[in-house]
Design a protein around this ligand. Sequence first.
Ligand code: SF4
Length: 428
Amino acid sequence: MFCYQCEQTPKGGCTKIGVCGKDENISSLQDTIIFALKGIAAYATHARQLGYSDSEVDAITHEALYTTLTNVNFNLQEHIALAMKVGGATVKIMDLLDKAHTARLGIPQPVVVPQNRVEGKCIVVTGHNLFALEELLKQTEGKGINVYTHSEMLPAHGYPQLKKYAHLKGNVGKAWYDQRTLFEQFPGAILATTNCIMPIKGTYSDRFFSYDVTGLEGVQKIEGNDFTPLIDKALSLYDADIESDQTLLTGFHHETVLGIAPEIIEAVKSGKIRRFFVIAGCDAPGKGGEYYRELALSVPKDCVILTTSCGKFRFNDIDFGTIDGTGIPRFIDLGQCNNSGSAVKIAVALAEAFGCSVNDLPLSIVLSWFEQKAVAILLGLFSLGVKNIYIGPKAPEWLAPGVVDVLVNTFGLKLTGNAQEDLKAMLG
Ligand code: SF4
C-alpha cells in the first residue's frame, strides 16, 4: 500500500493514509472535526428520540464527514472554516435538544437534591438520556422502587415533569468514572443510558442494564423501552438503608437566570458582582481536575460561577451562598454538557444589556475537556467568536502544534496552569 500524501508505505499503526506526514495540521483538524461530530451525533440522536431534528445539522454532519475522506481536501483554511461550521452545528443542536427537553419536561427550576442517601428497593440511572429516565419513572410509579440519578443525570431533578415523580429520590456518586466503586456498593439495579459508562470490574453485571446505544459484555439490554427486567431485578434485591445528610444544588436554566437579569445587571453596575466564571466541562480521573476545585474555591465572593457537565462534581459539594446584599446565587448549575448553550445565552443577553460584545464582559471561561462532546462545545464557542478560553487540565494530544498556534492566535486559547496565577490573570 502506498500513501499518496506522505509518499511512503504506511508503517504499522498508521491509520491516516493520505492525511499524515506533510499535513499533520490537516490531520489534526480532521481528528478534531470527527470528535466534534460524534458529540453532535449524540445530541442529535437524543433530540430525534424526542421528535426533533434539524436538516441543516444533518447536512453539515454529512459534508464534514465526507471532507475527511482520504485525498479529498488538502486546504488548511478550508478545514478551519469547516471546523467553525461544525461548531455552528453544535450550537444549533444543543439549542434544539434544549427545546426538545423543555417542551416535554418543562423549564428546570433550582432544586436542592439529597446526595448519597439510598432507601428501599432502588435503581440508579447514569448517562444523559432524560427520555429514558422519564420512561423509567412512569414504569416504576407505584411499584415501591426509589430512583436515583448519577453523574450527568443530576440536573434531571430540576425538570418539573420529572420532579413530579415522588420516587425520584436523589443523586448518588459524582462524575462518571466513580462507577466501578459506586455500583459495586449500590444495593439496587443499575441503568446506563448513554456514553461514559465503564466496562465492569466487579460483581454487579447481573444488576446492570444497558439502553439504546450503550452495551457491555454480559449485560442485559433494555429493548423497546420496556424496563420490566430492570424493575424485576430491583424488586428482587434487599432494601437499602444508607444514611447521608449531604445535598447538591442544581436545576438552573438560562430562562430562570434571565428572569432575574435586571437584578444581575444592577448588581454588576453597583459593583456587587465583579466577574462571572464559567467553570465547566468533562471531568476525568486524576489529579488534574483538582485545578477546577481550587479555582472555584478561590473565586472571590463577589463573583458568580456558572457550570455544566460532570466537571462540576469537582466542586458542587461546596455551599457558595449568594452575592452579598442580593439573593443572586454564586453557584449556578445549568445542567448537562448539552446545556452549555445556556451559558452562552446568558452571556449574550448580558452583553446586549451592557452594549458590548461577549468578549468585553467581565467573564472568564475555564473548560475541562475529556471526550468528544467537549470538543464539539469548544468548536461551538469558537464559532460564536468567544475568545480567551482556558482549557485543561492538559492540552488535547491530537492537536498539532500548527493548529494550537491558529487557536492561540485567532481565539486567544490558553492552557490552564497554576490555579492561583490563572485566577490573578483573569481578575486582572
Ligand atoms: S460531561 Fe463529558 S465526561 Fe462527563 S459524562 Fe458528560 S460526556 Fe461524559
